[in-house]
Design a protein around this ligand. Structure first.
Ligand code: AMP
Ligand code: GLY
Length: 421
């Protein structure tokens, strides 16, 4: 069986790693992959956003299943293109991917469906946005409406900061077309957690809870990033919340999408804030999270492919995913300067020593081969992942492995999962 994983980050290395260990031993291809995925898959030198390149490869190589990692190709309709060639895909259609691609579309669906979320208004005019901000007061959240690689959200503690965020998006065009329209949103207070659900159009299988750390620095300070670490499970998602999230978040959302003639297949990721009034949706993504995937997949006991295939066939059920009773933590090691500008091509040492520790897996994110050595090639470089019988032992193991790995400028947070401990 031939499986193509589209993408080249830590999430895709984790997907390729997990799939390649499935009992049917599939041939896994990763486009473009990274230095890490090359050890469990065949890298294909085509970028995840090169839809015509991917289609040409798929027509020639006819993968039995394509798993799309990142949001950009999903929002641009890669699933629809592959399906039109008679190929099987794990990932939503272009229409369904609007749940991530357009924050206004997602808000509209949530409000029509009665899904709990933050009060918001959208603007294309800076003066109108600022007037609204002044009438609402701070704290308040300003979001670019379109895709901005996880960087389009500013949580503002003052009206002045919110006005500056409006200028940045609407006047200076810092997010390009994605920020030509902004959402101004009520600031929700509470603990965050992510719940990812696998969906086959009809059935919903919720995956283990996780929590991401979006800020660059310890104590949740510094700028937002793609994610600096994660752990699973997230204890804020208590047992009694699961039925609520299933019905009020996923059930209602899918029913409203269906009413609009949209079938959702793939992963729907709900970023939730656990407020005093219950869970509220911060955002939806239409794919696995990065680095959440790196802490969820190591906790799946059996095969993953049967669940992906059931999603395509519409035969998904909870029994297809078995969980290990273990905790998992990942620490992202990033390039100096990330999430701002950074240099690439720094030699990485100590990978084998860290990866060789029992219970540790080093997922690569931004790495490449340069001759015999592995070098940095992105902002987030590695996701050093450890499992343990409890959260504390997983955290300790991960932080024992991290210092084994060195590259110039490396930085990482030292407080991943600290709040849960
Ligand atoms: P998003 O890309 O929408 O997940 O936003 C990035 C981060 O901004 C989230 O993980 C939250 O920490 C924060 N955030 C987004 N929306 C809100 C909100 N309405 N209230 C408080 N924090 C928010
Ligand atoms: N870690 C957040 C995301 O994948 O969007």
């Amino acid at each position: 069986m031939k499986v193509l994983v589209v993408g080249g980050g830590g999430r895709e290395h984790a997907l390729a790693w997990k799939l390649s260990n499935d009992s049917c031993k599939p041939d896994v291809f990763c486009a473009p992959g990274n230095a890490g995925s090359s050890s469990c898959a065949t890298n294909v030198d085509i970028g995840a956003e090169d839809l015509s390149g991917l289609m040409a490869w798929a027509r020639e190589n006819r993968p039995d299943l394509t798993v799309v990692g990142p949001e950009v190709p999903l929002c641009e309709g890669l699933t629809d293109l592959l399906e039109a060639e008679g190929l099987r895909v794990f990932g939503p259609s272009k229409a369904a991917a609007q749940m991530e691609g357009s924050k206004i579309f997602a808000k509209d669906v949530m409000n029509a469906a009665g899904v709990p979320n933050a009060k918001s208004a959208s603007f294309t005019d800076a003066a109108e946005a600022k007037a609204y901000i002044r009438s609402e007061g701070a704290p308040i959240v300003v979001k670019a409406e379109g895709l901005a690689a996880g960087k389009g959200v500013t949580v503002c503690t003052s009206v002045e900061q919110a006005e500056a965020a409006i200028d940045e998006a609407l006047v200076a065009g810092a997010f390009g077309a994605a920020g030509d329209c902004v959402l101004v949103e009520e600031c929700l207070i509470g603990e965050e957690a992510s719940i990812l659900a696998m969906i086959d159009g009809e059935h919903v299988v919720m995956l283990a809870s996780s929590q991401d750390h979006k800020r660059a620095l310890d104590h949740d300070e510094g700028p937002n990033t793609g994610g600096m670490g994660a752990y699973s499970p997230a204890p804020v998602v208590t047992d009694e919340l699961w039925p609520f999230i299933r019905e009020e978040v996923f059930g209602r959302t899918l029913a409203e999408l269906k009413r609009r003639g949209i079938t959702f297949k793939g992963i729907l990721y709900a970023g939730l804030m656990m407020t005093e009034a219950g869970p509220k949706v911060l955002e939806f993504n239409v794919r696995f999270g990065d680095p959440e995937t790196q802490v969820i997949l190591p906790r799946i006991a059996g095969d993953l492919l049967p669940a992906f295939e059931a999603c395509v066939d519409g035969t998904l059920s909870d029994s297809l995913i078995q969980w290990r009773d273990e905790h998992c933590v990942t620490i992202v090691m990033a390039s100096g300067g990330y999430p701002g500008s950074y240099e690439k091509g720094k030699a990485i040492t100590g990978l084998a020593a860290a990866d060789g520790m029992a219970g540790v897996t080093v997922f690569h994110a931004g790495t490449a081969h340069e001759g015999e050595s592995v070098v940095t090639s992105g902002g987030r470089v590695l996701a050093v992942t450890a499992v343990g019988s409890d959260l504390r032992s997983a955290v300790e193991l991960a932080y024992t492995a991290v210092p084994e790995i060195r590259f110039e400028g490396a930085h990482y947070r030292s407080d991943i999962a600290a709040r849960a401990l």
